[in-house]
Design a protein around this ligand. Sequence first.
Ligand code: ATP
Ligand code: MG
Length: 417
Amino acid sequence: MLYRLRDAGYDAHLVGGGVRDLLLGLEPKDFDVATDAHPEEVKAVFRNCRLIGRRFRLAHVHFGCEIIKVATYRGVRDDSDDADGDQDHQSESGMLLRDNVYGTLEEDALRRDFTVNALYYNIADFSVIDYADGVDDLKAGVLRLLGDPETRLREDPVRMLRAARFAAKLGFRVHDDLAQVMPGLAHLLNDVPPARLFEEMLKLFLSGIAVSSFEHMRHYGLFGELFPDTEECLSHQEHDFPLTLVLKGLENTDRRVAEDLPVTPAFLFAVLLWEPVRRIAEALVGQGVEPGPALQQAAGQVLSSQSQRIAIPKRFSIPMREIWALQSRFLFTRGKRPRRLMAHPRFRAAYDFLLLRAAAGEADPAMADWWTEAQKHYRPEPGDAESETLAELGIDQPPPRRRRRRRKPRQDDQGGA
Ligand code: ATP
Ligand code: MG
């Protein structure tokens, strides 16, 4: 890959997390390449190449199922450029909207975020190029932003989340100069597009470092900017269970990642947003609303408030709402209802969620045990198939239903009400 660019007459280095992780003896997640070839020139060298991004243009080169991100050296923007009317590269708060000015290798190094992320591996002589004392910081285990921390965070507030993530992943200490300014600048995360924040959430919470990421985010005031309703519940909690539920949920996720089991953003966000949903639903029940509709209404409210910050795609928010909605149905343990609930496609996730609630002391452990026991005796029957569920949930996208329902009395039916 690097040699192909070289043979075509370009300069190319391995950079970023790949180099950092190799030097630390960790297995790199992916590889990034920096080159003096422009994106179109990279595309001309590789057949399987796509150009992506607007704020930051990149070439993605596909090798089988692997993608190597190839970026052209970034330069330091000369502000006199603005004289010719190109003012849209920066917002009022100092955020960079475009970062596509090309430059030299050294300029590229200084545009990167942390010193430990600005190391280049030179394939010509197998040496490491270090313009910013990144190797020293790597040895000392320190996360230091290049340049003035406040300016660099204003340019791109996501760097705060990256600090939390690398502190969690590498166990590094956040340099004092950075640690000091983060809480005061956390509010800048409000200016970041919600879709980009969703992507960052997945890196923070679904890569096996969720508990530590959460703790760092809370420590620097980042969590509250992204999950204001949850933070409100956590900071004014009357019982321990909100925090316990979140921590146990994140621990669970980390354990699953470590065991290579699948994890889904639907369950993650169900955990992170449950407490505000539960509180609103509880208040509605207090006003006489039935538990099911109360949960629905609370879910809608919390989700619409949350989507101002983080864009949760529908394919995750729908199952997330189902996980919540099914919680009210665990209350019914008589008649045919348990069988129908167990046949629900989201039962397993909802049951895992119930276990979490019980472990956190928020749901009745006896109820969780009842459902654990009930599953041992349950054998699926075609008659269990759900029909009303989605409508009951107020979700307007019924899945295509091919199977005909058979209604036939069965011996093992518990004789419905
Ligand atoms: P990971 O292990 O998560 O892949 P990484 O350091 O490789 O960590 P990437 O998001 O893959 O992170 O980015 C690759 C490199 O690009 C970084 O190491 C850093 O040098 C640079 N970079 C990425 N995001 C930013 C940013 N927001 N600001 C400045 N430089 C960045
Ligand atoms: Mg990377």
